[in-house]
Design a protein around this ligand. Structure first.
Ligand code: NI
Length: 259
């Protein structure tokens, strides 16, 4: 079986001592494609560097809504420059985070910078990985007005089933990770059950959000298999089936092929 961890952050310092072992563990479980996402210009450069060290490793570059202070014209140029690397497969993670940002002017600034980065994706013909927390309405509105001719994923999906249906209708995918396996997973199982196969991606968001049975520990790509197992259980599918279509979906969206 092959799996793709379509969203993680292996540039995080929590991996500085044992990254080789982390990658080995992932590969021995069939997790042979990994996409790391930047959240600042620095971490975006770092995830591009990682692609040079490991096979099956890809990168997304962009500035996270919580990291936008100081974002300017030269930030846009830097993202363009980084995105020219052939193993950069997405713009992300970008989006809106109203959970951490309560100030209405700063929320407007998040929207502006989100839209600017959507434009980069359009110009480079790259898919988009969206971080969206408690900003469901505005995120959907922006995608409808500014997301034309773009494709991508709502990573670590946390919206409603109704919103998910709208996203799928637009051709965008939903990414599921550790929280799906938590006891307080709220509406996620219902959403996973309703999702068309071709709209589901699996991810870890490592080092955060480790799925059960490793909840609370450092997360790593091998645990994406636990997310896939949960999806199989909820949907009454075999793990093989889930592995097959989630990997296919990752290939289709991000154009990642096994090296
Ligand atoms: Ni992330």
């Amino acid at each position: 079986m092959n799996f793709a961890d379509t969203h993680c952050h292996l540039n995080d310092e929590k991996f500085s001592n044992d990254l080789n072992e982390v990658i080995e563990r992932a590969k021995s479980a069939g997790v042979n494609r990994i996409i790391n996402f930047g959240d600042t210009l620095e971490s975006s450069a770092a995830v591009v560097e990682l692609t040079k060290k490991f096979t099956g490793m890809f990168a997304g570059v962009g500035v996270h809504p919580e990291e936008i202070s100081g974002f300017n014209e030269s930030s846009v140029e830097k993202i363009f420059e980084l995105a020219k690397n052939e193993k950069v497969v997405a713009i992300g993670e970008i989006g809106l985070d109203y959970y951490w940002e309560k100030d209405s002017e700063k929320r407007l600034l998040q929207q502006k910078i989100f839209i600017e980065q959507l434009k980069i994706a359009r110009q480079l013909n790259l898919p988009v990985c969206i971080h969206e927390r408690e900003a469901h309405g505005d995120a959907l509105k922006i995608l409808k007005s500014e997301g034309k001719n773009l494709c991508g994923v709502m990573h670590c999906y946390s919206g409603s089933l109704e919103m998910a249906r709208e996203i799928w209708k637009m051709g965008w995918l939903t990414g599921f990770d550790g929280p799906l396996t938590f006891k307080n997973s709220a509406k996620l199982p219902e959403i996973v059950k309703a999702a068309p196969q071709e709209m589901i991606l699996i991810e870890t968001d490592a080092p955060y959000l480790a799925p059960v049975p490793n909840r609370g520990k450092r997360n790593e790509p091998v645990f994406v298999v636990d997310v896939a197992k949960k999806i199989a259980e909820i949907r009454g599918e075999t793990l093989e089936t889930v592995a097959q279509y989630t990997t296919q979906n990752a290939e289709n969206l991000y154009k990642i092929w096994r090296e």
